[in-house]
Design a protein around this ligand. Structure first.
Ligand code: 13P
Ligand code: SF4
Length: 343
């Protein structure tokens, strides 16, 4: 195993990165990852490509080959600033579509087309038209966790990082917010705007319970509980803080809790823990099977074969892009996107 660079190593640049993930990837497993990482570093240069990785990507992706990491809002913002010709989206399909909407002239690749999202698949464009017919004149806000078809039907998008600001930016007494029922209910508790919701749920976050939090507090005295706003309202109410994946990460950075639990996807704790060795991370978490479809192997294949390219009908894309751009024009505190690799 070559965990430190040396003259004979076939993977010297990858080995130099091992120290970033040493505490979560056993040395014995490293050579398997190192070969793909070395190849990806070469391919990124050859293809003039950047890798945008969501906070739920596994540490060997997040901490080694990713150029930009962040939450959905940060990835959308960074997608607009990318200079490279090719964007590989290490995340789920709606994130790759958003990157394509904002970069129609660039090649956007998703390493596995099956990387979906239970929220995105909970609603269709026809459903949105039905909602609009039922509530004429009420503005419609779509969570970015939706298809381009759905984004094309709505007035504006939001993410978990700006949902309340978007709701209040419209200056109306009532909005439709879809498809995440729990996000809508959690925002409704913080605003006077009446929110009409859709019954979509995130299959990862809907499984957390308030009972689980009570058990965690009993088993780990003093633990700080951070929850994603896709969790049910009773979970958010029982937590110490709720926010987007970037906001949870920032909370740990700025508040330095001695013990923390992140009620969200499992890789998030791994990624944040690597940057905060002084904090004890308690780890009940739920895996997102869609995020986990992305691997170093299929990122490498995506760059070797230039697949799978995300394409969106131009007329539909223009309407969907307008919804995303309206969101990006609303001023909110910026979720940080961290450049991680200067390779
Ligand atoms: P964030 O925008 O908070 O990163 O959330 C995206 C997501 O899919 C959470 O499940
Ligand atoms: Fe979708 Fe939930 Fe997975 Fe996020 S964690 S991509 S909302 S299924």
């Amino acid at each position: 195993m070559a965990a430190t660079p040396h003259a004979a190593s076939r993977t010297p640049r990858a080995d130099a990165l091992y120290s970033r993930v040493r505490s979560v990837i056993p040395a014995m497993e490293w050579p398997v990852f190192a070969e793909d990482i070395e190849a990806i570093l070469d391919l990124k240069r050859q293809r003039d490509a950047v890798i945008l990785a969501h906070n739920y990507q596994t540490p060997e992706i997040f901490h080694t080959v990713a150029d930009i990491t962040g939450d959905s809002l940060a990835l959308a913002r960074e997608a607009m600033r990318v200079d490279a010709k090719v964007i590989v989206l290490a995340g789920v399909h709606f994130m790759a579509e958003t990157a394509k909407l904002l970069n129609p002239e660039k090649t956007v690749l998703i390493p596995d087309t099956r990387a979906g999202c239970s929220l995105a698949s909970s609603i269709t464009a026809a459903d949105v038209r039905l909602m609009k017919a039922r509530h004429p004149g009420v503005p419609v806000i779509a969570y970015v966790n939706t298809s381009a078809d759905v984004k094309a039907e709505v007035d504006i998008c939001c993410t978990s990082g700006n949902a309340r600001a978007i709701v209040e930016s419209l200056g109306v007494p009532e909005v439709i917010m879809l498809p995440d029922e729990y996000l809508a209910q959690n925002v409704a508790r913080e605003t006077h705007v009446r929110i009409i919701a859709w019954a979509g749920h995130c299959e990862v976050h809907e499984r957390f319970t308030a009972r689980e939090i009570a058990d965690l507090r009993a088993a780990h005295p003093g633990v700080t509980v951070l929850a994603h706003p896709e969790c049910p309202p009773e979970v958010v109410a029982a937590a110490d803080f709720a926010g987007s994946t970037a906001a949870m990460s920032d909370y740990v950075t700025t508040q330095h809790p001695a013990r923390v639990v992140l009620l969200t996807e499992c890789s998030m704790s791994d990624n944040v823990a690597l940057a905060h060795p002084g904090t004890e991370f308690i780890r009940p978490c739920n895996l997102c099977p869609h995020m986990k479809r992305i691997t170093l192997g299929n990122i490498r294949t995506a760059l070797e074969t230039m697949t799978h390219e995300v394409t969106i009908d131009p007329a539909l894309a223009a309407r969907a892009r307008a919804s995303v751009e309206r969101m990006l024009a609303v001023p909110v505190p910026r979720a940080p996107a961290r450049p991680v690799l200067a390779a």
